[in-house]
Design a binder for this molecule. Structure first.
Ligand code: SF4
Length: 646
C-alpha cells in the first residue's frame, strides 16, 4: 500500500474513534471515517437553548406569539407584522444591504406561505400552531413532537424576515458598503477585482483537491493493483481484463467472493448476504469492483461502494415488499404512463423504450428496481413481437421524435440486437433522435468496442437522425482512463455523450459535484441533468434536501465557466416529468413540519400550458442532512447558508 493510502487509513481510524463521541463539535478532517461502522452520530443539543435562540432571532415575532390569545390571533398578528416588515424594506432610510433586502422579501413570501391556512389544511400540520404553543410555554399541548430541525428552520426564517440573515457577514465589502473595485477606475479597479476573484479561485482549488479522480496518477496505480488481485482470483490474464465478455462472465454476485476481493464492514457483509438470500438483485462487474479501495477505511471510494453495496434498511424494505415490489417501488408511476408494453411516455415529443430488462450490475438506488429482477438475467430481452408492437405504436404517434432506449441497460445487449433495434427505429422517419441510456461507460467501459461504436455511428446521420449516449457518472472517482477511452470511442463517431447525475449524500459535499463536472468535461462528457433523489423510502438514507441542490448550483457550480455547468437540477415528478428546481415560479415551499421536513408544492412542467395539478413533496430535514455531513467529517459551517434556499 502506498504512503498516501496508509496515511489516509490511519487518519480515518483516528476519526472513527472521534466520531463515536461526536457532539456539536465541528470536525474538519477531509477523510471519511464512518465507512466501517456506518453509524450515524447525532448532534447533542440543548433543546431549551435552541428555543431561546429562536426567540432571540426575532424578538418582535416572539412577543407577538406570546401576546396572541388564540391561534387565529397569532396568525393575524404575524400577517400584520410581515406586511410591516415588507414595507420597511422599501423605506428610503433603510440602510440594509440591497442583497439582504432581497432576502427579506424572499423570506417574507415563504413565511406567508407557511402560515397560510390552506397549506395547513393540505399538509395536515400547522407550523404556526407549534410556534404559538412553544412561545406560550404550553408544550404539553403540542400535537406533534417539535424537533430541533424545525426550530433551526425558524431561527433562520425569523432572522431573515428581520433583515439579519447575515449571509454576507464574512464579507468585508458588505460592512464597507460598495466594494473597492466598483469605486476605483481602470487598471486599479481591475487589480482589486482580480484579487477578489483569485481568492475565490484558490478556495475552489482547495476544495477540488479534496476529491481525487480516477484520472490521478496515484489512483491509477492503486486500481492496477486491484485489477491484478481480481484477475488472480478468477485465474484471468491481462488480456481478459480488456474483454467485456470476461467481465460479464465474472460479475460478482455472492458475498463470499466479494469479501475475498475487498474489505467489507460487518454491516455490509450482512446486508449483501441478506440481499442474496432474499433474491434482491445484486451484482458488481470486476471492473467496477476494481474502483473500490481494498481497505474500506481509506474512504475515497465511498460513493462507489454506495452505488452497489446495499445498506441494511434498503434490503429490509426490498424484502418486506418482495411480493408487491412492482407497485410499491414504482415511484415514477410507470405503470400509469405506459400506453403499450415496453413504452413509457411523459412528454409530447419523447418516449422511453425498454427492450432489455437487466444490467451488468445493479445500482442500489435504481429508479427501476421495481422491474429489474436479476443482474444479467438470461431472459432479459423482450420478445420480438413485443418490440414490434412498441415500434408500431411509435409509427402511430408521430409527435414522438425523440426515443430514449433504456432498460435495463441496452448497451449490454449483444451487438446484433443493438443493430436490429436501431434499424427498426430508423424505419420511423419522424424519429429524429435516438438516445441510448447506459451505465456501461462507467461500469463496463470495455463494452465500447469499435464494433459497437461503429453500429451507433451507422445510424447517426447529421441533419436526419441523431444518436446520443446518455450515461450516469456519480463521482469523480469513477472517471478513469478506461471510461475516457470508451467515451472517446463514441465521440469519434460524432456522437455526443451526456451525463445524468443523481445528487445524493455521496456526492453532495462542497464542490464535490463541481469536481465531477470538471473531470467529465475533460474526458468528453457533457453534464446534462442533476436529479434530486426520488422520494423512494427504501433509499431515503441517500437523500439530500432540495435546499442543498439549490445551494450547490448557486454557490459552487456558478463559479465554473458555462460550458462546464451545462446540467440542470431537476426533480422528476411521478407520472408527470421534470420540474426545473432553479425556477422559483415552478415550486413553492408550503410548510415546515414539526419533524423538520419541508413540504414543497412542485408544479408540473405543463404549467401555463395545461391545467395539471401540482405535486406535494415531503423533503428530508436539512438538520438530519447536516448531521450526516458532520458524521462524514464535514465542517458544517461550510453549509451555513443552506437554510436560505427554498
Ligand atoms: S444501470 Fe441503470 S437501470 Fe441498471 S440498475 Fe443501474 S440505474 Fe438501474
Amino acid at each position: 500500500m502506498s504512503e498516501a493510502k496508509e496515511a489516509a487509513g490511519a487518519a480515518a481510524a483516528a476519526r472513527r474513534a472521534e466520531l463515536r463521541a461526536i457532539s456539536t463539535k465541528i470536525v474538519t478532517d477531509d477523510v471519511l471515517a464512518d465507512v466501517l461502522e456506518m453509524e450515524k452520530p447525532r448532534f447533542v443539543v440543548d433543546y431549551d437553548r435552541y428555543l431561546q435562540h429562536l426567540w432571540e432571532a426575532n424578538p418582535e415575532i416572539a412577543e407577538l406569539l406570546r401576546a396572541a390569545q388564540s391561534l387565529e390571533g397569532a396568525r393575524d398578528s404575524l400577517y400584520t407584522y410581515l406586511e410591516r416588515a415588507e414595507r420597511r424594506v422599501f423605506d428610503v432610510d433603510n440602510d440594509l444591504h440591497v442583497l439582504e433586502k432581497t432576502q427579506v422579501r424572499h423570506s417574507i413570501r415563504i413565511m406567508r406561505s407557511i402560515i397560510g391556512p390552506i397549506n395547513e389544511l393540505r399538509t395536515e400540520v400547522s407550523a404556526l400552531d407549534c410556534l404559538w404553543k412553544l412561545a406560550q410555554e404550553r408544550r404539553e399541548e403540542l400535537q406533534w413532537p417539535v424537533s430541533v430541525g424545525f426550530i433551526m428552520e425558524f431561527i433562520h426564517l425569523f432572522r431573515s424576515v428581520g433583515g439579519r440573515s447575515n449571509i454576507y457577514r464574512e464579507h468585508e465589502e458588505v460592512r464597507k458598503g460598495i466594494p473597492d473595485f466598483l469605486r476605483l477606475k481602470g487598471r486599479e479597479a481591475a487589480q482589486q477585482r482580480t484579487d477578489m476573484l483569485d481568492a475565490m479561485a484558490s478556495n475552489l482549488k482547495k476544495y477540488l483537491m479534496k476529491y481525487p479522480s480516477g484520472l490521478d496518477g496515484e489512483v491509477i496505480g492503486w486500481r492496477r493493483e486491484n485489477r491484478d488481485r481480481i484477475l488472480r482470483h478468477f485465474g484471468g490474464h491481462t488480456d481478459d481484463w480488456l474483454d467485456y465478455h470476461w467481465h460479464l462472465e465474472h460479475v460478482i454476485k455472492d458475498p463470499r467472493t466479494l469479501s475475498q476481493l475487498i474489505e467489507l464492514s460487518a454491516e455490509q457483509q450482512k446486508a449483501v448476504e441478506e440481499a442474496i438470500a432474499h433474491r434482491v438483485p445484486f451484482g458488481i462487474t470486476p471492473y467496477y469492483l476494481s474502483l473500490m479501495d481494498y481497505n474500506a477505511s481509506v474512504g475515497f471510494d465511498r460513493a462507489i461502494r454506495a452505488q452497489v453495496i446495499p445498506p441494511p434498511d434498503y434490503v429490509r424494505e426490498m424484502v418486506a415488499h418482495r411480493h408487491e415490489r412492482a407497485l410499491t417501488f414504482d415511484f415514477m408511476g410507470e405503470h400509469d404512463t405506459s400506453p403499450v408494453d415496453l413504452v413509457t411516455r411523459r412528454y409530447p415529443g419523447i418516449a422511453i423504450l425498454k427492450p432489455f430488462n437487466t444490467c451488468s450490475q445493479i445500482c442500489v438506488y435504481c429508479q427501476r428496481n421495481w422491474e429489474i429482477e436479476e443482474c444479467m438475467a438470461p431472459d432479459a430481452m423482450a420478445p420480438e413481437q413485443q418490440i414490434a408492437e412498441a415500434i408500431a405504436w411509435l409509427q402511430e404517434h408521430r409527435g414522438v421524435g425523440d426515443v430514449l432506449v433504456t432498460g435495463g441497460d441496452p448497451a449490454v445487449m449483444p451487438d446484433e440486437a443493438v443493430e436490429t433495434l436501431l434499424a427498426a427505429l430508423a424505419t420511423q422517419d419522424h424519429v429524429y433522435r435516438i438516445r441510448l441510456g447506459t451505465r456501461t461507460p462507467v461500469v463496463l467501459p470495455f463494452r465500447w468496442t469499435s464494433s459497437l461504436a461503429d453500429i451507433l455511428g451507422r445510424y447517426h446521420e447529421p441533419g436526419r437522425r441523431e444518436i446520443a449516449v446518455v450515461t450516469h457518472f456519480e463521482h469523480p472517482y469513477e472517471v478513469t482512463p478506461e471510461a475516457r477511452d470508451a467515451v472517446q470511442a463514441i465521440r469519434r463517431q460524432g456522437i455526443g455523450v451526456y451525463n445524468q447525475q443523481v445528487f445524493t449524500v455521496e456526492n453532495s459535499r462542497r464542490f464535490e459535484s463541481v469536481k465531477l463536472r470538471r473531470v467529465l468535461k475533460s474526458i468528453g462528457v457533457d453534464p446534462y441533468y442533476t436529479f434530486n433523489m426520488k422520494g423512494k423510502e427504501e433509499t431515503r438514507r441517500y437523500m439530500v434536501p432540495i435546499a442543498r441542490i439549490l445551494q450547490e448550483r448557486k454557490e459552487e457550480a456558478r463559479l465554473l465557466p458555462g460550458l462546464d455547468r451545462t446540467d440542470e437540477p431537476v426533480f422528476n415528478v411521478p407520472k408527470l416529468g421534470k420540474n426545473h428546481l432553479r425556477a422559483m415560479q415552478d415550486h413553492r415551499l408550503v410548510m415546515v413540519r414539526p419533524d423538520g421536513c419541508r413540504v414543497y408544492e412542485l408544479h408540473p412542467w405543463e404549467k401555463n400550458i395545461s391545467p395539471v395539478p401540482p405535486y406535494n413533496y415531503v423533503d428530508v430535514p436539512i438538520y438530519d442532512y447536516l448531521e450526516e455531513l458532520a458524521a462524514r467529517g464535514e465542517d458544517i459551517r461550510d453549509y451555513r447558508t443552506i437554510w436560505y434556499y427554498y
